[in-house]
Ligand binder design. Structure first.
Ligand SMILES: *Cc1c(COP(=O)(O)O)cnc(C)c1O
Length: 423
C-alpha cells in the first residue's frame, strides 16, 4: 500500500461481528479470558492478546500498526503523550550510571526532562550542537547507551543531518533515537536514513486538530540489542520470569525494544493512551498527507512574504532558499518542509509582544501542528525557564516569533500577518 492508502486502511481488519466501516472505539478496561489456559498463555507471552487496557487496546493496536506501516518500522507503541514516549524510550535502554548524547536544540519540555529529571535517576545527558554531527562522536564514552536528536529542532528549525548522526551511532553500536514530530512520515521517514527508533508527539500534525494529547514510539526492528552493555536487554528480568529481551523472544526478537517498552515501562509506570484519543489520532492520520501538503505550501508562502517585509529582521524556514539549513533540509525533505516558520521582528521584545497581541486569525497558544494557524513568542513563554545561556544554545532570541502555519486560505493568513506587523 502507498502512504496515502495505508493512512486510511493500515492496521484495520473490519470486525466480522459488527462490520463497522470506521475504526470502533473499544472503551473497555479488561477483556474476557476464554479459559484459565488462555489466561496463562497471555500472561506468559505464549500467545499475544488483550488483557487490560493499560497494556493495550484494540483501537490502540490499529493506531500502532498503522503508524508502523507509515513509518516503515517493525512495531509501534502509543503512549499518553509525546513526553512519556520520550521518557519511556530513554528508560527502556538506560539505567543509573548510563549516558545519552543529545542534541542541544530540543523541544523545551524534552530539554527539561533530560536536564533535570533524568539526572534524578542517575542518567546523565550530554548536550551537543547537532549542526556538526562530529560533536556526537566526540561526546561518546563507554557509558553512552543512545544518541538522541530531533529531525527539525524547535524552535531554531535546524534540520539535523540524520544520516551522518546515524552513521556515528552505527559505528559505536548505539541506537539513534529521533523525535520526528516536526516532520510527519509523509515528509520524512528517519528509519530509512539511519535512525533506529522514531518518536512522535501525536498531539501535533498527526492528530492535526489540536484536540488530543498522545505520543508514539516506532521500533525500526533492526537494532541488535545483544551487546552486553545493554544490561536491560541482556540480564534476566526477574519481574518477568527471568526473560532476557535480547535473546528469549523468538520470532519477536526484532521488536525487543517495542515489546520491552510495553512490558516494563508501560506496564509498571502506566502512561497508557486513552482509546478515545487513539480514535482521534487515526482520524487525523487519514488526512495527514493532504494537510501536510497545504501546511508546507502555506509555510513556504508565509516565509517568502516575511522575507520581503520591512519590519522583519530575519526569517527561518527550512525550505527558504538562503536559510542556514536549506541545503540539509532539501536533501531530506522531498515532499515539503512543513508549516513551522520563525522570524525576528524589528524592535525586539516590545514589538514581539505587540505583534502577538495584534493577531486576529492566528491563535496565541503553546501548541504547534493544529490545522489552525498558531503563534507564540518563545522567549517569554515556552522557553522562559531557560537561562540566558541555554536560550542562546537553543537559538532563541528576544525578537523571535514562532508560527505554526495552518491550512486556512493563504490570503487570509498573509492578511493577518501584514496587519499585525503594521500594528
Ligand atoms: C509537543 C512536542 C513534544 C511533547 O509532546 P506532548 O504530546 O506535548 O507530550 C515533544 N517533542 C516535540 C518536538 C514536540 O513538538
Amino acid at each position: 500500500m502507498q502512504f496515502e492508502t495505508a493512512a486510511l486502511h493500515g492496521g484495520q481488519k473490519v470486525e466480522q461481528e459488527t462490520l463497522s466501516r470506521a475504526v470502533p472505539i473499544h472503551r473497555t478496561t479488561a477483556y474476557l479470558f476464554k479459559s484459565t489456559e488462555h489466561a496463562a498463555n497471555l500472561f506468559s507471552l505464549k500467545e499475544l492478546g488483550n488483557i487490560y487496557t493499560r497494556l493495550g487496546n484494540p483501537t490502540q493496536s490499529i493506531l500502532e500498526e498503522r503508524m508502523a506501516l507509515l513509518e516503515g518500522g517493525a512495531a509501534s507503541l502509543a503512549l499518553s503523550s509525546g513526553t512519556s514516549a520520550i521518557f519511556y524510550s530513554i528508560i527502556n535502554i538506560c539505567q543509573a550510571g548510563d549516558e545519552v548524547v543529545a542534541a542541544n536544540n530540543l523541544y523545551g519540555g524534552t530539554y527539561s526532562q533530560f536536564n533535570s529529571i533524568l539526572p534524578q535517576f542517575g542518567i546523565k545527558v550530554i548536550f551537543v550542537d547537532p549542526t556538526n554531527p562530529e560533536n556526537f562522536s566526540n561526546a561518546i564514552t563507554e557509558k553512552t547507551r543512545a544518541l538522541y536528536c530531533e529531525t527539525i529542532g524547535n524552535p531554531g528549525l535546524t534540520m539535523t543531518d540524520i544520516e551522518a548522526v546515524g552513521k556515528i551511532a552505527k559505528d559505536n553500536n548505539l541506537p539513534l533515537i529521533v523525535d520526528a514530530t516536526f516532520t510527519p512520515p509523509c515528509l520524512f521517514r528517519p528509519l530509512e536514513h539511519g535512525a533506529d527508533i522514531v518518536i512522535h508527539s501525536l498531539t501535533k500534525w498527526i492528530g492535526g486538530h489540536g484536540t488530543s494529547i498522545g505520543g508514539i514510539v516506532t521500533d525500526g526492528g533492526s537494532f541488535d540489542w545483544t551487546d552486553p552493555k545493554f544490561t536491560l536487554f541482556n540480564e534476566p528480568d526477574l519481574s518477568y520470569h527471568g526473560l532476557r529481551y535480547a535473546h528469549d523472544l523468538g520470532e519477536m526478537n526484532p521488536i525487543a525494544f517495542a515489546l520491552r517498552m510495553r512490558l516494563v515501562p508501560l506496564r509498571n509506570l502506566g502512561a497508557c493512551i486513552a482509546p478515545d484519543n487513539c480514535w482521534a489520532f487515526l482520524q487525523g492520520m487519514e488526512t495527514l498527507s493532504l494537510r501536510m501538503e497545504r501546511h508546507s505550501l502555506n509555510g513556504l508562502a508565509v516565509a517568502e512574504y516575511l522575507a520581503n517585509h520591512d519590519a522583519v529582521e530575519w526569517v527561518n524556514y527550512p525550505g527558504l532558499p538562503g536559510s542556514a539549513n536549506f541545503e540539509t533540509a532539501s536533501r531530506y525533505l522531498k515532499n515539503g518542509f512543513g508549516g513551522m516558520v520563525t522570524f525576528g521582528i524589528k524592535g525586539g521584545l516590545e514589538s514581539g509582544k505587540n505583534f502577538i497581541e495584534s493577531l486576529k486569525l492566528f491563535s496565541h497558544v503553546a501548541n504547534v501542528g493544529d490545522a489552525k494557524s498558531l503563534a507564540i513568542h518563545p522567549a517569554s513563554t515556552t522557553h522562559s525557564q531557560l537561562s540566558a545561556d541555554q536560550l542562546q544554545e537553543s537559538g532563541i532570541t528576544d525578537s523571535m516569533i514562532r508560527l505554526s502555519v495552518g491550512i486556512e486560505h493563504i490570503d487570509d493568513i498573509v492578511e493577518d500577518l501584514l496587519q499585525a506587523l503594521a500594528g
